[in-house]
Design a binder for this molecule. Structure first.
Ligand code: C5P
Length: 216
């Protein structure tokens, strides 16, 4: 990998997506929303009448995914998030999506990678890593605002349940993708506005970029 790669990992609705997009704009780097890949596999498998809990079926669907297929607004719904976290537990799915993510990370100019295991599995050698987190209740409220803003009629209490279930599914197994890389800088955004959080992220990345440049 020759370009400057920034990994922004963390749990659902921690603010990592917004932070990743703003860092991308700031540094002129393309941004990969890796959650969208898992969402696409889940939704496409459901549409095909497949079983989200079947590793073989989910893996086969993941192998058909191409970057050009990701624009579908249905991938952004609450149901898609739930389907994503069910297919994400299967090793064949994670292996199939790995190559797409690696290709993105290896672009010569660098990239911003938003996800769970960007700094641990996909790009452990990345020079800049953030682990963005926030209290579950704060994250639930943010996700609820996002979904209602997209026109979905959902109750906040149901989103609190979703977030807790999703955290448990994403972190409750031996190969869990939801662990901070040892060299990631932790950013707890619970009490921060998005402007404050982006500014804190920018300062962390500036320091990482200075170290990366002086080591080349
Ligand atoms: O971040 P987002 O809510 O779009 O992610 C949806 C789900 O996809 C997560 O709950 C997680 O189960 C899965 N995921 C993953 N690894 C990633 C990104 C997302 O397992 N790198």
């Amino acid at each position: 990998m020759s370009g400057f790669v920034i990994c922004v990992d963390g749990p659902a609705a921690s603010g990592k997506g917004t932070i990743a997009n703003r860092l991308g704009a700031l540094y002129g780097l393309p941004v990969l929303d890796s959650g969208l890949l898992y969402r696409a596999v889940g939704v496409m498998l459901q549409r095909a009448g497949g079983n989200l809990d079947d590793a073989g079926e989910a893996g086969a669907m993941a192998r058909t995914l191409k970057a050009q297929m990701l624009a579908d607004p249905e991938f952004r719904t609450r149901a898609a998030g739930e389907a994503a976290s069910r297919v994400a537990v299967h090793t064949p799915v994670r292996m199939a999506l790995r190559d797409l993510q690696l290709d993105f990370a290896r672009q010569p100019g660098g990239a911003v990678l938003d996800g769970r295991d960007m700094g641990t599995v996909i790009c452990p050698e990345a020079p800049a890593k953030l682990y963005v987190t926030a209290d579950p209740e704060v994250r639930a409220e943010r996700r609820w605002k996002q979904l209602t803003g997209q026109g979905e009629a959902v109750e906040l209490a149901d989103i609190v349940d979703d977030i807790k279930k999703r955290d448990a599914r994403d972190s409750g197994r031996a190969d869990s993708p939801m662990v901070a890389a040892p060299d990631a800088v932790l950013l707890d955004t619970s009490k921060m506005t998005i402007e404050h959080a982006t500014d804190a992220a920018r300062r962390i990345v500036e320091a990482a970029r200075a170290r990366w440049e002086s080591s080349r």
